[in-house]
Write a protein that binds this ligand. Sequence first.
Ligand code: PMP
Length: 396
Amino acid sequence: MQFADRLNNVETSAIRELFKLLGKPGIISFAGGFPDSALFDTEGIREAVNAALTEEPGAALQYGATEGYQPLREQLATFMASKGSQGIAASDIIVTTGSQQALDLLGKTLISPGDKVIVEGPTFLATIQCFRLYGAQLISAPVDGQGVDPDRLEQLIKEHKPKFVYLIPTFGNPSGALLSLERRRRVLELAVKHNTLIVEDDPYGDLYFDAAPPPSLLALSVNVPGSRERLVHCGSLSKVLSPGLRVGWMLGPAELLGKATMCKQFSDAHTSTFSQSTAAMYLKAGRMPATLARVRAVYAERAMTMGNALRRELGDAIEFVQPQGGLFVWARLTGAREKLVDGSLLAKRAIDKGVAFVPGAPFYASNPDHATLRLSFATVGIEKIEEGIQRLAAAT
Ligand code: PMP
């Protein structure tokens, strides 16, 4: 077969190979990147489905507008307002098939082969793959527990003049990092100062444990004149409600949304109207606050359990910032007491001991840190977390 040249830029990820091993019986898996299906509000979604089919069967089952189902766009505008993003109209939002499709549409509309895009190091693997498919040359901006370093980011923007900068400011995947308020302001100022488009990918912002995170870049942009025009924001119901619904959304400059909508037309015509009307009914029923409170409490306990177990079982052989939200602990092997320092090697040994996680190196578009790992606490109960971390310690 002769495939398109663009496929030369991507390969199936190393992580997929690891996932093949996860079927082994008895494995405790911290490898996933998804929410716990036991937490889905099945009853609430069933009611929303019934409401959609009873109240608007035509719309729920018919073709729909590419921009999205209007009642859902209205609900999403209200949802965004409840999270501090004021002044957003339904018409400012397009609904996408998961936020993954928003990333794909950004690739399609913005990236020509050879274009430079700045991403965080580490960043979401599917973003790396997706942008590379469009021929992007990715540049990594370093991240610490407080998110991307704005000084380094500014240097990289000046040096590379990127087409855009892609950030996951709130509980990043895989970094778990939370961009501080001060840094958020700096990022928005950089967008204006260097006339650079910033993409804020925010599927995890609602999953905070104690205090709410600082406002999203979108919410803050009202305070930094000129920044809203240079900002794209991607949201998703996947991590808080259900990834199977495939409901995400995107806000951004009208011209860009217009082009993205055109590309979406050729891609899937529109996001499933059945899913959209279900999501709209769910939001309208006012169930989201209780659902969020429930999942936050469960993930908070799991995150705390994992952090404590890591400190107790691995001590100075591992370092990490205790996550304040999201689904991940991002950790680094220090090599103390002659323990392993290679995440991939540890991943293999860990499988033999009956525990799985994802090594960190593939999450870097360049200069991978091989000592890193991503551990998800989201889908494992607290006793199993304790046991899994004991197995991990036995593998180091
Ligand atoms: N962005 C990030 C950072 C993610 O972690 C994910 C899901 N793993 C997505 C986007 C895509 O999510 P979805 O398409 O389900 O909205």
